[in-house]
Design a protein around this ligand. Sequence first.
Ligand code: ADP
Ligand code: MG
Length: 335
Amino acid sequence: MTEEGEKLLSIKDLKTHFFTERGVVKAVDGINLEIGKGKILGLVGESGSGKTVTALSIVRLVSYPGKILNGYILFQNENLLEKNEREMRHIRGNRISMIFQDPMSCLNPVFTVGDQVAEAIRLHQDIPRSEIEQSVVNIFEKVGIPDAKKRLKEHPHKFSGGMRQRVMIAMALSCHPDLLIADEPTTNLDVTIQLQILNLMRKIKRDFKTSILLITHDLGVIAEMADHVAVMYAGKIMEYSDVVEVFSNPLHPYTKALLESVPRLDVETRRLRVIPGTVPELLNPPDGCRFSPRCAYTREVCRKEVPPLIEIKRGHSVACLRMNDIDTERGDNNV
Ligand SMILES: Nc1ncnc2c1ncn2[C@@H]1O[C@H](COP(=O)(O)OP(=O)(O)O)[C@@H](O)[C@H]1O
Ligand SMILES: [Mg+2]
């Protein structure tokens, strides 16, 4: 146990590449991450950064032609990369649950939502048949589905996006997981529903001491929810720290650029900056720092050397070769 608390998950030097006909896509390229017990780690970055592939690597659901090449994923002191498929299935069913952006992809349109949640409970909990319906009602109430007794007899298409997301969370919770991986869980929902789902996840963390890996491209969600933040870009972790530090003292130019691109209520929106350029194709990632082609502070060295992720003060790590220079310097691309 460290002073900061016990770790539930530690990822070290994880590499997940896709061996496509066009070449090797280095989607996740040597990342380190940690999630504390009962904590929320926010994994943030633009679309195409490798966040989903990271999540799929943890539960070992990377599909062909993807392959985990390197590293370890220590979960409750067991290396998940050494588990066979049967053991992984057990872990996925009982200790790690995942919820996705699109709940319809997980719900079967043919069965009622009640039957589907009941099935999840039957698989994971040892309770008599006669009590399963009541458990479904209980869990529906816990995730805020009103009129639970009636609604469990309905099919998924009768549910709104927000309600479907709740059904999926109910299924994910039915096995009392130690780790919940939520990949853009609120991305397609309107703001009010989004807040309700986020509050629900906060409640889950509080009531069940569940650790959560919360994946999003939305820094607002991170600010509200996360204890720690990992900023991912083009298959690499660029910055890692606790949430207060990331927002008050961001050190990586990519983190700074991300923060400047978030609309704020207290700042005129015309000053909003967009990060120039796009996330590179990971088939041929740039040499050196992967952010260097878009970075306002790039120098020759950045295009040659890959910056290691270095802990520059307790609990705050940054992967930037020029991090000590840029505070005194305006970025070339800044206007
Ligand atoms: N099955 C696949 N085959 C080839 N490339 C893939 C596959 N799945 C993901 N990728 C690539 O991996 C990179 C990271 O994708 P992803 O993890 O989905 O990003 P994010 O979730 O951050 O938006 C992207 O460049 C994407 O094109
Ligand atoms: Mg994704």
